[in-house]
Structure formats: structure tokens, C-alpha cells
Design a protein around this ligand. Structure first.
Ligand code: AMP
Length: 285
């Protein structure tokens, strides 16, 4: 497995692998790899013989006062994990290789969807996400790129950027990988105290209740949201930030589940040691 640090090396390595195998697959991550990242790497492998993982904690997507300084980092462990999974190359750059001083990189506009839910809670977050993803796509060149449904709003916005800018990238996605109690795997879970960890399953419980109601024929989003709010509200250490039902094709909140239109329940809650997000596609009745 190659370990790449510079942007120039990355361009050269990606071009060489594409030349050799016809295509490559990219898995962008912020490291502290877990089973969710493993699933993306395996999904990427289905698309291309050559898999490239990037590991970069992107300061541009952290708002002031967020956990950039304390975000979990363990490069040694991440590299071993990638090696074990048969990753071909890892790009783990210093910040100047991603954002070269004095260079103005494109900053695709996340638009109004970038201001809602995660974007409302974390001002500038999606601007920072699209900036780094665009930079990665530019350095890597035409490729497949794998993203997790865990970050559904991010996945939506990356797909839209690819469409709007006609980038030569095929985006593939992976369902959320969960712990046995339903908690979505996340690098930030490591920060939860034992007591918080015990209660963190409430996000998945809330989403599952919404899904069960929808499956039973409930089509009013307000009632699904009320059930989610109750579940998280009954969890002593969780403070609900938002719960909503959004349409998959617009990521806008909807009032009613209509026919076969795909919809998704989304939720965010703050625990004393970490802020957690999750979502679940809703079954059509
Ligand atoms: P991160 O390192 O948290 O920025 O995540 C890198 C990629 O892994 C993103 O595309 C995430 O959506 C995806 N991801 C994170 N957690 C999970 C999970 N539990 N299941 C599936 N994908 C995930």
C-alpha cells in the first residue's frame, strides 16, 4: 500500500492507476476509521480494482468552537486498517497540500439546502465539505467515489455538486453501518462516556419508531416527528437539535409522505461529550 503525502504525488499516482486499471475508486474520510469506513472501502472495491482512501481532518468544515482540535486522530491504526482491507493507496496530506497557501480554490455553493439541518447547526460546514471534496476530485481525476448514507445531507449535496458542475465522478453510496444497539458507527462515538454510550441508541430508536409508523400507514410528518421528539426527549443525556422528515430528491422537509416518493427521517442530538446525527429511509406504506 502506498502512503502519499503531496498533491503532486496524488495526481501522478491516480493517473498511473487509472492508466493501469481503467478507473479508480476514492473513499474520502477524516480518519479514526471504523466499520462504516470499511464498508465504503469494500463498496469502492466493487467499482474499481484500485482503491484510494484519503485521510484528512478538514478544518474548513468545522465551525468556530467545534471539535477540530479534539477530533479523534490515529494515523498508525488507520494505515494498518487500510492495509488489511487491501487499499492500494492512502493520501494523508498536511494541510498545505490540500489548501496551498496563496491559491484560491473553487468553493462550490451548497445553496439553500446547505443552510438547513446540519448547515443551520454548523454554519459554513457544507461550504467546507464541498470545497475539500471538489479539491479531492480535481486531484484524483475521473473516478468512482464512495460516500455514506450516514451523512445523508452531505451525500445529497455532493451528488448535486457533481451533477451541476458535470464532474467526471460517479458517486456511489453505502447504507449506514450500525452497532448492535443500532447506534450508527461514528468516529465521535469514542468520546461518549459509558453512560452516554448506553443512551446513544435513542437516535436509532427514534428513527425506527418513525419508520414503524410510516410502515403502518401514518403519512403525517408531524406525527412521525412527534414520536422521534418523544423518544429523544425521554433520554436524560440527549438534547434534541432537530428531527424532521425530508424528501430524498430535494432534502427539504415535507408535511406528508406521498405515494412512492422516497422520504427519510433525520435526527440530531447533543450529548455532553459529542453531537450525534443519524437518519433512516422510510418505507412506503
Ligand atoms: P468521516 O470520516 O466521518 O468524514 O466519514 C467519511 C465517510 O464515511 C463519509 O462518506 C461518511 O458518510 C461515511 N460514514 C461515516 N460513518 C458511517 C457509517 N456508520 N456507515 C456508513 N458510512 C459511514
Amino acid at each position: 500500500m502506498d502512503l502519499i503525502r503531496t498533491a503532486d504525488e496524488l495526481r501522478r499516482a491516480a493517473a498511473a492507476e487509472r492508466e493501469r486499471y481503467g478507473t479508480i475508486a476514492l473513499v474520502p474520510t477524516m480518519g479514526a476509521l471504523h466499520a462504516g469506513h470499511d464498508a465504503l472501502i469494500l463498496r469502492a472495491r466493487e467499482e474499481a480494482r484500485s482503491v484510494l482512501v484519503s485521510i484528512f481532518v478538514n478544518p474548513a468544515q468545522f465551525a468556530a468552537g467545534e471539535d477540530l482540535a479534539t477530533y479523534p486522530r490515529d494515523e498508525g491504526r488507520d494505515l494498518e486498517r487500510c492495509e488489511r482491507l487491501g487499499v492500494d493507496a492512502v493520501w494523508a496530506p498536511p494541510i498545505d497540500e490540500v489548501y496551498p497557501p496563496g491559491v484560491t480554490l473553487p468553493e462550490p455553493d451548497p445553496g439553500p439546502v446547505g443552510e438547513t439541518f446540519e448547515g443551520a447547526a454548523r454554519p459554513g460546514h457544507f461550504r467546507g465539505v464541498l470545497k475539500v471534496v471538489h479539491r479531492l476530485f480535481d486531484l484524483t481525476g475521473p473516478c468512482h467515489a464512495a460516500f455514506g448514507e450516514k451523512d445523508a445531507q452531505q451525500l445529497f449535496l455532493v451528488r448535486r455538486m457533481v451533477d451541476e458542475l458535470a464532474l467526471p465522478v460517479s458517486v456511489v453510496s453505502c447504507p449506514t453501518v450500525r452497532e448492535p444497539d443500532g447506534l450508527a458507527c461514528s468516529s465521535r462515538n469514542a468520546r461518549l462516556s459509558a453512560e452516554e454510550r448506553d443512551q446513544a441508541g435513542c437516535l436509532f430508536l427514534a428513527l425506527s419508531e418513525a419508520a414503524a409508523l410510516a410502515r403502518a400507514g401514518e403519512s403525517g410528518a408531524a406525527r412521525l416527528v412527534a414520536a422521534m421528539t418523544r423518544e429523544v426527549g425521554a433520554t436524560p443525556l440527549a438534547r434534541l437539535e432537530y428531527a424532521a422528515i425530508v424528501a430524498d430528491d430535494t432534502f427539504e422537509a415535507i408535511d406528508d409522505l406521498v405515494g412512492d416518493d422516497r422520504a427519510r427521517a433525520i435526527v440530531a442530538a447533543r450529548f455532553p461529550s459529542a453531537r450525534l446525527i443519524d437518519n433512516l429511509p422510510l418505507p412506503t406504506a
